[in-house]
Design a protein around this ligand. Structure first.
Ligand code: FAD
Length: 316
């Protein structure tokens, strides 16, 4: 079922959803199932599965020279979606990115997803961790272009006139939004102009980057509505579970952590105390958002279930 239809069906109710990562290459899929088993008790409306583009890694050869090699550390987004839908009968949302794909490769991937019965996609530019310009010559540069390609396929319009246009794919499309602005944008206003463009190209709903002060989400939603962005805006939440994340989250995701949260985490004497403080902060955020009537609470689990289970027990 399309996410957008699920949201229409559940007006007035806040749904639960999660994001997971595919396992690291070589890991057993049962490890992922052990993460998902306890989360499934809370009946997630959907499970997002991230996509990880190829990165360049450097290896020192025996002769001392450095060898550059492409490596995909977490392959299998689509296979993982199929495995999860089959095992738990839950809606899965594969993430699809611009980085590393030509438009033709994207079209082929979209046909495979369509044949597999996938109805929902989260479309993104993608992180280029290696900074090595893994955009191919005939690739999309921005998520809005990917949204436009999918919107065209939904109307039965494909890249080349040789393709038979007897099919309309009908994907429901989510895109990313940044309450604290995307790191490449000069200011929030410019970023939101491009967000509006993604919506105008055909996005059905927005999922936000994580934030740790609800006021940022409320302000963002207000700005969106003022700009005539009227689709559902799903808040993304991340429970902090280590002191290291006080540095890692701002540097990797460009988000601010409030002083009171930072002080509380820093004062914790044990790892368990840090986890508990992160859970309690996230529960407080979740309660306020639920009371404000958000359509879904979406949790970035980073493929760890303990904290999200504790939060879901308190909220759903
Ligand atoms: P875009 O919407 O393309 O925007 C990127 C930047 O370009 C912004 O600053 C925007 O303002 C600007 N911009 C947009 N259009 C134009 C234009 N036409 N001209 C000029 N400027 C423009 N990354 C992954 O690799 N895999 C994942 O699975 C993944 N999942 C994510 C899930 C969520 C909910 C979020 C919030 C992020 C996720 N990311 C993922 C990270 C994401 O790929 C990065 O944040 C990326 O840098 C931006 O992606 P986007 O789709 O928001 O980009």
């Amino acid at each position: 079922m399309k996410i957008i239809d699920k949201l229409k069906e559940s007006v007035g109710k806040t749904l639960f959803s999660i994001e997971i990562l595919p396992p690291q290459k070589g890991k057993n899929i049962n490890d992922l199932f052990r993460v998902l088993d306890p989360l499934m008790e809370f009946k997630p409306a959907f499970v997002d599965v991230t996509y990880h583009p190829e990165e360049m890694v450097y290896k020192r050869r025996p002769d001392g020279l450095i060898e550059e090699a492409p490596l995909r550390k977490r392959p299998g987004t689509v296979g993982i979606c199929a495995a999860i839908s089959y095992k738990y009968n839950v809606e899965t949302v594969p993430h699809l990115v611009c980085v590393g794909f030509t438009k033709e490769e994207t079209e082929d991937a979209l046909f495979s997803l369509y044949y597999q019965g996938i109805e929902n996609l989260l479309l993104l530019k993608g992180d280029d961790h290696s900074n090595l310009q893994l955009f191919k010559a005939n690739a999309h540069k921005y998520a809005s272009q990917l949204v436009e390609q999918v919107a065209n396929m939904n109307k039965g319009h494909f890249l080349h006139e040789e393709t038979l246009n007897e099919t309309q794919t009908g994907f429901c499309v989510g895109v990313a939004g940044y309450p604290e602005k995307h790191f490449e944008s000069p200011n929030l206003g410019t970023d939101m102009k491009w967000l509006k463009h993604k919506v105008d190209m055909g996005a059905d709903y927005i999922v936000t980057q994580m934030f740790f002060e609800n006021q940022k989400y409320f302000d963002f939603v207000k700005k969106c509505r003022d700009m005539d962005i009227n689709i559902p805006i799903i808040p993304g939440l991340k429970p902090i579970d280590s002191k290291a994340q006080l540095k890692m989250l701002p540097s990797k995701f460009f988000v601010e952590l409030p002083e009171s949260l930072t002080k509380e985490i820093e004062s914790c004497k044990t790892t368990d105390a840090v986890k508990q403080a992160g859970i309690e902060w996230c529960i407080a955020q979740s309660k306020e958002l639920k009371d404000a009537g958000v359509p879904v609470l979406h949790y970035y689990t980073m493929s760890r279930s303990q904290a999200t289970v504790a939060i879901a027990k308190a909220i759903f």
